[in-house]
Design a protein around this ligand. Structure first.
Ligand code: ADP
Ligand code: ZN
Length: 210
């Protein structure tokens, strides 16, 4: 199954994709994680995108499309994948249609107040990328990842100015993809404002009857 996970920042796409990936045998491809790894490694790509990402803006389409085009050419994603964070613009969606045929697009629907609450408490592991939360799902000692021992930090773009910018960018550039994919008959809406495990169950149900 080739899936796109769509939704505002803080919808829980990354967390859900990580959980759904082994269930559906579909590798999880997160453009945000790829960019953050590149930044951590200090690669040319990382240096190019760091200030853009920290400000909550979008990386340019050409760079992002090329990254995904190369990733989707690899063997492990021939039959299945979960795209998390791509496409984020109509231009990216048009480009994707030219090199891969997506089966279903999941739209994770979350009210704005919940998005802000989730993002403002989010903590990320520097090593494995797992998302923790200050209030909802804190790591035991507040500083290290319970899964891998990595250091926990707050993403620069989870600070309040950048969060505002990301929501604005989402509304202007990414939300139009909902109607874009609905018109193609590919969209499935899932309510994602409650706990992750409930959303995951809804997702499993929605996909098993596709
Ligand atoms: P979110 O929590 O907002 O879903 P991601 O981890 O998916 O965050 O992405 C973090 C940042 O990486 C984005 O705000 C953006 O700067 C950049 N980014 C990720 N995916 C894309 C994309 N498809 N196009 C452009 N920029 C992207
Ligand atoms: Zn970790």
């Amino acid at each position: 199954m080739k899936l796109i996970f769509l939704g505002p920042p803080g919808a829980g796409k990354g967390t859900l994709a990580a959980k759904a990936s082994p269930l559906f045998n579909a590798p999880h491809i997160s453009t945000g994680n790829i960019f953050r790894e590149a930044i951590a490694a200090g690669s040319p790509l990382g240096n190019k995108v760091k200030s853009i990402i920290d400000a909550g803006k979008l990386v340019d389409d050409a760079t992002t499309i090329e990254l995904i085009r190369e990733r989707l050419a690899q063997n492990d994603v021939k039959n299945a994948y979960i795209l998390d964070g791509f496409p984020r613009t109509i231009a990216q969606a048009d480009a994707l249609a030219g090199f891969s045929k997506v089966d279903t697009v999941i739209n994770f629907d979350v009210p704005d107040n919940i998005v802000i609450e989730r993002l403002s408490g989010r903590l990320v592991c520097r090593k494995c990328g797992f998302n923790w939360h200050k209030n909802f799902n804190p790591p035991k000692d507040g500083k290290t990842c319970d899964k891998c021992g990595g250091e926990i930090y707050t993403r620069e773009d989870d600070k309040s100015e950048a969060v505002k910018k990301r929501l604005e960018v989402y509304r202007e550039q990414t939300a139009p993809l909902i109607e874009y994919y609905r018109a193609k008959g590919l969209l499935v809406d899932i309510e994602a404002g409650s706990q992750v495990d409930i959303t995951l169950e809804n997702l499993k149900k929605a996909l098993s009857c596709k």
